[in-house]
Design a protein around this ligand. Structure first.
Ligand SMILES: [Zn+2]
Length: 302
């Protein structure tokens, strides 16, 4: 697939409870394309096959932004298989899990600080990752928020190129928060989970504990919750729907909620996006977006 020359592009390779993997292509100040993954939940073999199609040289992968370390976001096959050029970026709360699954044989930078809901202790790591923001490479900043998901949360990212192009990535969020809305306001390409239809979830033959986990504020976003956040942040280029439940959702149902006036892509177990370019802004920073935050969070973001 050809390089379109954009400064910042996202390609989702696949997204479902069977595995989540995406890759960013970033053009640096010298015009060179550089590559950073978001999550590594597919096998190395499958990921590298997708990289070949996307034109990503696997030995040039520079990093992996991890949302969290569940098995559908970090595939055990990566133990020893990640290109040595790659640095892991993960939240301090996920370090124990990362050590247990052996991911920390790679250079690792920890996110920690006050930013986001339920953020962990600030780490003593001199990596500049504290307080919700760090420089991924010259001219590319990453902001992040830790949201609620199971015991240790899941990190949402906003990757921002100096030209104003931006990509947002939010998945496995038990609930959306004003911090998520602020992080993602006016983003260019927004990849966001739209996991389940509440009616299908309730009527499914899943055990009650699983329904409670998914819907209880520490699991996943419903189509409605996801669509409300998308409306609040008003993405400029396109929306990519991630992590649809194969049992409790359908692409058609999710799309019914997601009519936003920009293209909407739906990903699945075997279905990615190809490269999606984020628009640049000639003046540098993107125009300011005013988000009207709900006065009662429970009503709009429940
Ligand atoms: Zn997941």
């Amino acid at each position: 697939m050809h390089d379109d020359g954009a400064n910042l592009s996202l390609a989702v390779i696949a997204s479902s409870s069977a595995g989540n993997a995406s890759v960013l292509r970033v053009r640096d100040a010298e015009g060179r394309a550089r590559y950073v993954a978001i999550d590594a939940g597919l096998s190395p073999r499958r990921t590298f096959a997708a990289y070949a199609e996307l034109g990503v040289p696997q030995d040039q992968l520079e990093g992996v932004l991890l949302t969290h370390l569940d098995g559908d976001h970090w595939h055990s096959g990566w133990l020893g298989a990640m290109p040595r050029s790659a640095r892991l970026h993960l939240h301090a709360r996920h370090l124990g899990r990362a050590e247990r699954v052996g991911a920390t044989y790679l250079p690792t930078s920890l996110l920690a600080g006050e930013a986001g809901t339920g953020a962990g202790q600030a780490c003593g790591h001199a990596c500049g990752h504290a307080r919700g923001e760090f420089e991924l490479m010259a001219g590319v900043r990453v902001r992040w928020v830790l949201g609620d998901h199971d015991d240790h949360g899941s990190v949402a990212y906003r990757i921002e190129h100096a030209c104003g192009a931006s990509v947002g990535y939010l998945t496995d969020a038990g609930r959306t928060t004003p911090e998520h809305a602020k992080l993602l306001a006016g983003v260019g390409v927004l990849a966001i989970e739209s996991n389940y239809c509440p009616r299908m979830q309730v009527e499914s033959d899943r055990p009650q504990f699983l329904k409670d986990r998914v819907m209880g504020g520490f699991g996943h976003l419903s189509n409605e919750q996801s669509a409300r956040l998308v409306r609040a942040v008003s993405p400029r280029d396109c929306v990519v729907l991630l992590h649809l439940s194969e049992q409790c959702n359908t692409p058609a149902l999710a799309l019914q909620h997601h009519a936003h006036g920009v293209p909407v892509h739906v990903c699945g177990r075997h279905h990615g996006t190809g490269w999606l370019a984020a628009s640049s802004y000639a003046g540098g920073a993107a125009p300011e977006v005013v988000i009207s935050m709900p006065s009662r969070q429970g009503m709009l973001f429940g």
